[in-house]
Each structure stands twice: as structure tokens, then as C-alpha cells.
Ligand binder design. Structure first.
Ligand code: MG
Length: 310
């Protein structure tokens, strides 16, 4: 079997400021969002989904996208990712100063229509245009195949369909293609199959990323399966904030600090300072005024620092 990750390094894309905060009931002040992002960067994270450029009437939490970007220090070593779903969103992200855009295309046509108002084919065509314009503008563009592990409307999505959508989005040679378990139904065997087939089907130049939810407590197992299958990057959210819109009572994204803990003790480097990240999750808990789903901040790191080191 080929060794997929000889360097044993995984890049984490921190999605808390966008995917995480989006499901918060109250709108967080712009200054608090900026402080969250700055704390995450200080803990070593270098690629962050900081906002989305979508209709502010539909997603009031992200109405301050431009203001958040304007307040962030422009750094060549940090990727500020803006989520976009159409050309208008892309143009806003570009004008706001994002140095990376992410677009989502849903593997299920029904879900794509519900979420984006058009079918999957139309979203793929839009993505192709965005990818070309991003290249011309000199910014990085990547795309996520959403609901790749199951759909709330269509149920099981055949792996052949997921791979077909992935091949089509990869026609424009993006930096990266991601596979998202948008509703948190995936299991490790599926992860191995989908990512294994994607690696065979997509050009070697296209990096793979994965996005998991802990909705049914399989998120971290799926993340580890994805590492074994050769992803370069994983999405996660500080504290595990962010819900699943189709399971309102369930927890959402996999917690970044729990992921970093699992990877670090498995010999996989992420460049993240776990103590600083846990402190950020604690700060976030106070800022939101409620407990967050992450487990590490409840249980504590291991091994504990010695008295001298502490
Ligand atoms: Mg998510």
C-alpha cells in the first residue's frame, strides 16, 4: 500500500468564524469576530474561513463580511478564505481583500436547489467561471462537493455521482477539491471509499480536503480515515461550534482542539499550539455565554504540563 502522508503533516482550515458562527442564534459583534480570528492566528492557524459573501437578508450573521476583512491585518502567511456561492459573492470577496475563495457545489441536485436556488449543473458552471476569474485576479480558489456522504432530501448519494461531480469541478484545475459531510451522516468506510476513488479520478495536482460534522459522533473517526486516505487538509471549528441545519439539537463541526490533540498524539503535525487554542475555545465559550461542544477543554490536555513547565 502506498504511503499517502510521508511527511505526516495536515493543514487545518479553521472554519469557526464562518461555518461555526453562522448557526449562532445571536449576531456576534464585528470586533468579537475579529478578535476570534486574531486569537486563532496567534495559536498557529494559517488558513481560516473568515466569512461568507452571501445575501445578508438570508444570513444576517455574515452581513459584516467586508468590515471583518477590513479589520484584519493583511499577512502573506495567512489565508483569509471567503465562502462564495455565486459571481456576485466572488466579486465582493475579491474587493474585500480575500486571498482565497471557496465555493460549494452540492452533490445532490435537490439540496443544491434548496441551498443555492439553482441545480448542481448551474452551480458547476458558475464555479468554472469563478475559478477562471480567480486565476486571472491572482487569488486562490477551491471548491467543496457538499452532501458527499448523504443528503437530507435524496438520502444516499451514489459514490459514482460524488466522483462525477468532483471530476467536473476539477476540470478547471483548482488548487483543491474538498468533500463535505454537510449533515453529519458519514462513517469511516465511506470516507476511505470516496477519498480513495477521488484520488484515483482527479489529477494528481489537485489537493484533497475534507469537512466533517460530529452530528452522529463520527466526525473524528472520519477525520482520521481521511488522513489515512491522503487528504492534505481538514476543516474544523474551534470549540466545535456550528450546527447542522437538518439536526437542530445536534453538535456541528469537529472541534479544532480535539482534532489537533488526536493528530498530535498520532504523530501528525498541524503547527497549532494546543494550549493557546484551548484558551481561545475557553474565551469563545465566555463570549458566546454558553458551553461549546468540544471535549478537550472539558477533559484537559494529556500529558499534563509538569509543575516546572507550567
Ligand atoms: Mg460545517
Amino acid at each position: 500500500m502506498p504511503q499517502q502522508n510521508p511527511s505526516r503533516q495536515i493543514e487545518i482550515v479553521e472554519v469557526g468564524p464562518r461555518d461555526g458562527l453562522q448557526s449562532e442564534p445571536g449576531v456576534l459583534a464585528t470586533a468579537a469576530k475579529v478578535e476570534l480570528i486574531e486569537r486563532l492566528i496567534a495559536s498557529g492557524l494559517r488558513r481560516l474561513e473568515v466569512t461568507s459573501f452571501v445575501n445578508p437578508k438570508k444570513v444576517p450573521q455574515m452581513a459584516d463580511a467586508e468590515q471583518v476583512l477590513a479589520a484584519l491585518e493583511k499577512r502573506t502567511d495567512v489565508r483569509y478564505v471567503g465562502l462564495v456561492l455565486n459571481k456576485k459573492g466572488f466579486e465582493r470577496a475579491l474587493a474585500a481583500g480575500c486571498n482565497e475563495v471557496g465555493m460549494a457545489v452540492v452533490a445532490s441536485d435537490t439540496f443544491n436547489r434548496r441551498n443555492q436556488g439553482v441545480g448542481t449543473d448551474e452551480s458547476i458552471a458558475t464555479w468554472h467561471e469563478i475559478a477562471r476569474e480567480a486565476r486571472a485576479a491572482g487569488i486562490r480558489a477551491q471548491v467543496t462537493v457538499s452532501a458527499a456522504f448523504g443528503c437530507p432530501f435524496e438520502g444516499e448519494i451514489p459514490v459514482s455521482r460524488v466522483i462525477e461531480v468532483a471530476k467536473r469541478v476539477a476540470e478547471v484545475e483548482p488548487f483543491e477539491v474538498a468533500f463535505a459531510d454537510t449533515i453529519g451522516v458519514g462513517v469511516p468506510a465511506q470516507v476511505s471509499e470516496i477519498l480513495g476513488r477521488a484520488r484515483e479520478a482527479l489529477p494528481a495536482s489537485v489537493r484533497l480536503r475534507a469537512h466533517f460534522h460530529n452530528t452522529r459522533n463520527t466526525g473524528l473517526a472520519n477525520a482520521y480515515a481521511a488522513v489515512e486516505a491522503g487528504v492534505s487538509a481538514l476543516d474544523s471549528s474551534v470549540g466545535g461550534i456550528g450546527g447542522c441545519p437538518f439536526a437542530p439539537a445536534a453538535t456541528g463541526n469537529i472541534p479544532t482542539e480535539d482534532l489537533v490533540y488526536m493528530l498530535a498524539r498520532s504523530g501528525v503535525q498541524t503547527g497549532v499550539d494546543l494550549d493557546k487554542l484551548v484558551a481561545t475555545a475557553e474565551w469563545l465559550q465566555l463570549t458566546l455565554g454558553r458551553n461549546v461542544p468540544g471535549m478537550l477543554l472539558k477533559a484537559g490536555n494529556f500529558p499534563r504540563p509538569t509543575a516546572e513547565a507550567a
